[in-house]
Design a binder for this molecule. Structure first.
Ligand SMILES: *Cc1c(COP(=O)(O)O)cnc(C)c1O
Length: 418
């Protein structure tokens, strides 16, 4: 038997799985088929409130759309946050369509000229990833006759310790090396651009509050050094995010209260060169990850060489991360359960696999579950971030899953493909 992570508290109670007041089978009935993703907006809204309560009141909170770009979800989140962070022209178009009033920032390497032009026209802030990109953005702006809103993404000279995905402290496709930043800011100012400040994103999926606290303090200190070198206060410093969620056995939720308390002090004591600067956090995973459940039905149960396999109609083409093939080095089990016997005692150790013809398609490895039969539904938790949109949906040509946004006052908002 191998361990699995714990089911998020919002879904843990009860004999059968309930999401936003309805059973998993009810949601499947609404969808008309499996597999499907159900996202509980009430869970997301509660997390946003909890974050706001923990952080200094002046801190802006942005949603990183790439964590989950499901349109009804972005539409509901937009009014609850201070801005949307996008990483492509597609996400920019989505942000403009669902939340035209939301401030947008656009980060990510390899922005094409057309993407730069679209962002400038939309009035979005472009987080520049290189000097070359800066030159192309200025050229696009000149052609359009618009003063572009440009910030510089800084490749910091430190990294976020204990982060699942490190993005600083080394050679990087992301951001401009810190020592080259002051000269580039001057160049933007000389060209008549509206310089918006700095974006400093040092990592992702960190569960160590102390490491985040240390990184945020280093980030504010770096911003102050750069402001001194530039001789002007950055209007905004985007501190990045990196807040992780507990997927695996032994992991604990992040203590955001501790992070907020220290950040409040750090901002209170900040250097005079940052006196007029606003600060923002940009979070994806922490806001939406725990709010999503992937439901997939068992279509076969088989024995092979002494092991039991539960073969489902879902798989890594929808939920790559649960198979351990998205940004993890060692494969570990996401929390999963039988939807109709959520808290029943386990009777057997099984492998839960998907329907793809690849040994990579393992959703649960040697997990203990109550005895399951064909037709039972497996719920895989922690499916709200980097789920469907981070999965190879075209691989093997199965249909896309249904997605449903639950927990909103009106009827559930769904995109049907079955
Ligand atoms: C992906 C990304 C985020 C969101 O990261 P999470 O770990 O989901 O919070 C924030 N900012 C940038 C620049 C990103 O690329």
């Amino acid at each position: 038997m191998k361990p699995m992570g714990s089911i998020p508290a919002d879904f843990r109670g009860g004999e059968t799985l309930t999401i936003a007041g309805r059973s998993a089978e009810d949601w499947i009935g609404i969808a008309g088929c499996t597999p499907l993703f159900v996202y509980d907006m009430a869970v997301v809204a509660r997390r946003i409130s909890k974050l706001r309560a923990a952080m200094p009141p002046a801190l802006a909170v942005h949603y990183a759309v790439k964590a989950n770009p499901f349109r009804p979800l972005v539409e509901q989140i937009a009014p609850l946050v201070d801005g949307l962070d996008v990483a492509s022209a597609g996400e920019l178009a989505l942000a403009q369509a669902v939340a035209p009033a939301s401030p947008v920032s656009f980060a990510g390497p390899g922005k094409r000229d057309a993407e730069l032009a679209a962002a400038i026209t939309a009035g979005a802030t472009i987080n520049l990833e290189s000097a070359g990109e800066a030159a192309r953005a200025l050229a696009a702006a000149e052609q359009l006759g618009i003063a572009p809103k440009l910030a510089i993404r800084v490749n910091p000279d430190f990294e976020l310790r204990g982060s699942g995905m490190r993005m600083g402290g080394r050679a990087s496709p992301f951001g401009v090396d810190a020592e080259q930043v002051p000269a580039l800011v001057r160049q933007l100012q000389d060209a008549g651009a509206d310089w918006r400040g700095f974006h400093i994103f040092a990592g992702s999926q960190a569960l160590d509050a102390e490491a985040i606290i240390e990184t945020q303090a280093q980030t504010v200190a770096l911003a102050a050094r750069l402001a001194d070198a530039v001789g002007a206060a950055p209007p905004l410093v985007n501190l990045g995010g990196g807040f992780g969620i507990p997927y695996f056995p032994g992991e604990q939720p992040l203590d955001i209260g501790a992070i907020g308390a220290v950040l409040a002090e750090v901002l209170d004591r900040r250097a005079p060169s940052l006196a007029s600067t606003r600060f923002a956090l940009e979070l994806g995973r922490w806001l939406v990850g725990e709010a999503g459940v992937y439901l997939t039905r068992i279509v076969d149960r088989k024995q092979s060489k002494g092991e039991t396999f539960l073969v489902t109609d879902g798989g890594l083409h929808h939920q790559l991360a649960a198979s351990g093939n998205f940004g993890t080095v060692v494969r570990r089990n996401y929390p999963l359960a039988l939807a109709n016997r959520l808290n029943a005692a386990a009777d057997e150790v099984v492998n839960v696999v998907g329907c793809l013809c690849t040994p990579l398609d393992r959703l649960g490895d040697q997990v203990s579950l109550p005895r399951a039969e064909i037709g039972d539904v497996i719920a895989i938790f922690m499916a709200g971030a980097y789920g469907l949109s981070a999965s190879p949906t075209a691989f093997l040509g199965h249909p896309a899953p249904v997605q449903i946004l639950a927990g909103i006052p009106s009827n559930p908002n769904a995109i049907f493909t079955c």
